[in-house]
Design a protein around this ligand. Structure first.
Ligand code: 5AD
Ligand code: SF4
Length: 494
């Protein structure tokens, strides 16, 4: 590619980017890979929008509130476009809204869904080249109409939306939206992990479940798994770099399907979990998220057999009512869910169980809600994430009648949280007097307490004598002395 003068100048001063992430752990980890890719492409990460040439938002659209955040951010910083800054929207809102983002926020230059991240280097090159071309030769965009390009297809740049461009800011528009049917995972050797002790590894991307409320199959595309060889190679590489905790990620890790080159070495999810847990140097392995339909007993057996696998399973139930589970298209009943809980309760190890619950799904009656409420006590969850149902574009539930008023959703949410708080007050007390191994995550200087995390994923803060103050990332033994609804307090055993 022949570089323009402005482009080379831009290169020589150094290209900078700012990235803000919204949403789930998948998004947090995608951002680590995007950051690694940008660094490899010669960009430098900066701490504020003001310092950046390129401003990126990695977005979430799981609920309406999450989706609105990015539009607020874009509105806040719109005026900075005049100073030559470029804006990009990545992730789930990008995929969901697509080119409509350009209408709502005309200062955006890049819109890219997660299934297109493998094309990011190419898109960045196009962004820079089109940016340079459009600022070098106003004639390039007659009527200052701007130019756009779609990756994944071999389309030539087009002239676009003349009414939206100004002489100082010709429009440059790049989209990566056409790859949701891809078989490829976003694999890169340039992941920029922020924590030096524990890190994520994606094992499966996308989702084929199509729960009635969920936008994920539409934003993240079809399910595709990495090979176990590639996952294990990454785990070994992390161990060599000093990581001791690995969290395996996917929208539904239980439907992991290994396509390793040699069919005889293909692994089930439970086998992969065990193999990661056996990588020398790895002390803890977690995984999220599980779907009850695909959650096999072999996972519980693996946790019992391999001590490095953490004593924690996050198993979203969404509702305790079979009628609502049916309407949600969750593909299991309350009884089948409870069977999986029974497997965990009969394990040799003390497996903590957490869940997600949606209240106010269309048609959820008071009786349905009571069934969810009494499921909490029946399972005795260690933690519950509760959400008010939020209608999402494209999803099957959008057309359902019998919406629950927002005030009623709020009431149910509050009742659920209060009930769970009481359960946790009781269950956290059980740990007083026990000795737990924690990974040290840092220190709360104001309280003079170290922050620790147990294998069960509970927060156990603790005090330690100054002479033996532990470093972040190390593992120490702590005796729990007090309990709260969401955490424990203790003293380091020296
Ligand atoms: N409304 C409310 N909560 C939702 N979740 C997913 N989609 C929606 C929605 N449309 C919740 C589910 C899921 C968690 C990640 O977010 O509980 O498990
Ligand atoms: Fe949000 Fe779901 Fe996308 Fe994660 S996958 S960022 S939770 S919409």
């Amino acid at each position: 590619m022949k570089m323009s003068r402005r482009y080379t100048e831009f290169m020589s001063v150094g290209k900078t980017f700012y990235l803000e992430t919204f949403g789930c752990q998948m998004n947090v980890h995608d951002s680590e890979k995007v950051i690694g890719t940008l660094l490899h492409e010669g960009y430098r990460q900066v701490e504020s929008v003001e310092q950046a040439d390129l401003i990126l938002y990695n977005t979430c659209s799981i609920r309406d509130k999450a989706e609105q955040k990015v539009f607020h951010r874009l509105a806040d910083f719109k005026k900075l476009q005049a100073s030559g800054k470029k804006f990009g929207v990545l992730g789930c809102v990008a995929q969901q809204e697509g080119e409509k983002i350009f209408e709502r926020a005309p200062h955006v230059s890049l819109v890219c869904g997660s299934a297109s991240y493998t094309n990011l280097p190419q898109m960045l090159t196009q962004l820079e080249a089109l940016d340079a071309a459009s600022s070098r030769t106003p004639a390039f965009s007659p009527a200052d109409g701007g130019i756009s390009l779609t990756t994944g297809t071999a389309r030539e740049p087009e002239f676009r939306s003349p009414q939206l461009a100004t002489r100082n800011s010709p429009l440059v528009r790049i989209t990566g939206l056409d790859d949701r049917a891809t078989d490829k995972c976003f694999e890169t050797e340039y992941t920029a992990r922020t924590n030096p002790h524990r890190g994520y590894i994606t094992i499966i991307e996308g989702c084929d479940k199509f729960c009635a409320y969920c936008v994920v199959p539409f934003t993240r595309g079809k399910e595709r798994s990495r090979t176990s060889e590639s996952v294990l190679a990454e785990a070994r590489q992390m161990a060599d770099l000093g990581y001791t905790e690995i969290q395996l990620l996917g929208q539904n890790v239980n439907s992991y399907k290994d396509s390793a080159g040699n069919p005889s070495s293909r692994k089930s999810f439970a086998e992969l979990l065990a193999a990661v847990g056996e990588v020398p140097g790895i002390k803890r392995v977690r995984f999220t998220t599980s779907h009850p339909r695909d959650f096999g007993r072999d996972i519980v057996d693996a946790i019992d057999a391999v001590p490095t696998l953490c004593e924690h399973v996050h198993l979203p139930v969404q509702s305790g009512s079979n009628k609502v589970l049916g309407a949600m298209q969750r593909l299991y009943t309350r009884e089948q869910y409870l069977e999986r809980i029974a497997w965990m309760k009969s394990a040799k190890r003390d497996i903590a169980i957490t869940t997600d619950i949606i209240v106010g799904f269309p048609g959820e009656s008071e009786e349905d809600f009571m069934q969810t409420l009494n499921l909490l006590a029946e399972v005795g969850y260690d933690g519950v994430f509760t959400f008010k149902y939020s209608p999402r574009p494209n999803t099957p539930a959008l057309g359902l009648e019998d919406a629950i008023p927002d005030a009623e959703k709020s009431r149910r949410l509050e009742a659920l949280m209060q009930h769970q708080k009481e359960i946790q007050i009781g269950s956290y007390k059980k740990y007083i007097g026990t000795i737990q191994e924690v990974m040290v995550e840092g220190k709360n200087e104001a309280r003079n307490q170290f922050i620790g995390r147990t294998s069960q994923n509970k927060t156990l803060n603790f005090i330690a004598p100054e002479a033996s103050a532990p470093q972040s990332g190390t593992y120490v033994k702590v005796r729990a002395t007090q309990s709260f609804p969401n955490s424990l307090l203790g003293e380091m055993v020296v």
